[in-house]
Ligand binder design. Structure first.
Ligand code: 13P
Ligand code: SF4
Length: 363
């Protein structure tokens, strides 16, 4: 592929069956040159092309180990960026739609995080604060953590990374997901009331009280996922009344009261594992993206699986990856083109790699 050149993505227009046939032809012609990594929230029409599926942690790990020179990511931008940061020299990462972002990731940017960091450092002299960013964040925020002694975490390993950080320093500054941060900190035994929330829209110490900051084990960032904040403790209560014996499983991006009302919470990979483990005849209500929940329902006809709420949209940015764009990417790659390359600036990538490698080393 050394002769491959960057190109525009042409999105073919054809009936789905024809696109599917063309996409498979191109995929097969590319053989081992290409690996397709698919996140569990992707649509059925594209996930069937994934060589491996996973949560953010599994995909980051698999991407880092992949031999193929081309990595096609079925997921959102921050995942493709992380794959590029961890890629070997000569590997290229492609995302079928470069506008497939993440609402949560956009809740924090480097300017407001740097400003918060300076204010927190000034307010807590002598304290070692460890910055941690959720995987759902820009590469530049991962780089910020790498450069300042911190790391990245995902929903699958957040507790391990939090424990590491508190062994390294006096407190954690976690962004951008307030809810995941609170769920992990409370599960570790910290009082909810001891966790200040930094609101980047409030100039003076992000609206946090100085005395609360001084003793805080974890400083949270006011950011949230617009899918997972739709799930409420009230819905869990109603489900229990309507479906006695129901097992409620939610993603830890849900607010704390929802997680407390549920029976268990975990990453997308965890949710899939639990649906496999629970016995036939189980009734399971799931609080996460609809594409995944409906796939689990179809995969387990002997269990009753349904979404906690079916009136919301699936994650709109995950859904931007569709069969026409995937077909266009595969056909361009097959003819030696490189459409929609995700390439992180090398200076940023160097420090982002430090933060991602710290996470990967923790397992
Ligand atoms: P997972 O790492 O659990 O797959 O979560 C990613 C995500 O974006 C959840 O909204
Ligand atoms: Fe981001 Fe939420 Fe979509 Fe996950 S579900 S990719 S956190 S917007």
């Amino acid at each position: 592929m050394s002769t491959a050149v960057a190109c525009e993505l042409t999105i073919p227009e054809a009936p789905s069956e024809e696109l599917r046939r063309r996409a498979w032809e191109a995929r097969e012609a590319l053989g081992d040159q290409l690996i397709v990594l698919g996140h569990h929230y992707q649509k059925d029409e594209v996930i069937e092309f994934a060589d491996v599926t996973g949560d953010s942690f599994k995909l980051a790990k698999l991407g880092a180990e992949a031999e193929a020179e081309l990595v096609l990511f079925l997921g959102v931008y921050f995942m493709a960026e992380s794959a590029d940061v961890l890629a070997r020299p000569g590997q290229t990462v492609v995302l079928p739609d470069l506008s497939a972002g993440c609402h949560l990731a956009e809740c924090a940017d480097i300017y407001t995080v740097r400003d918060a960091w300076e204010q927190i450092s000034g307010a807590l002299p002598g304290k070692r604060i460890i910055p941690l960013t959720y995987m759902n964040s820009d590469a530049v925020l991962k780089a910020f953590c790498g450069e300042n002694g911190g790391a990245v975490c995902t929903s699958g390993n957040a507790r391990t990374v939090f424990e590491w950080a508190l062994a390294e320093g006096d407190a954690i500054f976690f962004f951008p997901d307030e809810h995941l941060g609170r769920n992990i900190a409370c599960d570790m035994g910290f009082e909810d009331a001891s966790l200040p929330v930094w609101n980047p829209r409030l100039a003076e110490l992000g609206g946090a009280r100085r005395e609360l900051l001084a003793d805080a084990p974890v400083i949270l960032w006011k950011g949230f996922c617009n899918v997972h904040t739709n799930f409420t403790a009230e819905q869990v209560k109603r489900h229990r009344e309507d479906h006695p014996g129901v097992r409620v499983i939610v993603h830890p991006e849900c607010p704390r009261p929802t997680v407390l009302a549920a029976d268990e919470s975990g990453s997308t990979e965890y949710i899939i594992r639990r649906c496999n483990e629970l016995p036939a005849g189980s009734t399971i209500s799931i609080g996460t993206d609809l594409n995944l929940v409906y796939r689990l329902r179809d995969a387990h006809p002997a269990k009753t699986i349904f979404p906690m709420l079916d009136t919301i949209c699936p994650c709109v940015t995950m859904n931007r990856i569709d069969l026409p764009k995937l077909t266009g990417c595969l056909e361009a790659l097959e003819s030696g083109g490189l459409p929609n390359v995700v390439s992180v600036d090398e200076e940023v990538a160097e420090w982002a790699r430090v933060a991602l490698d710290r996470m990967l080393a923790l397992g």
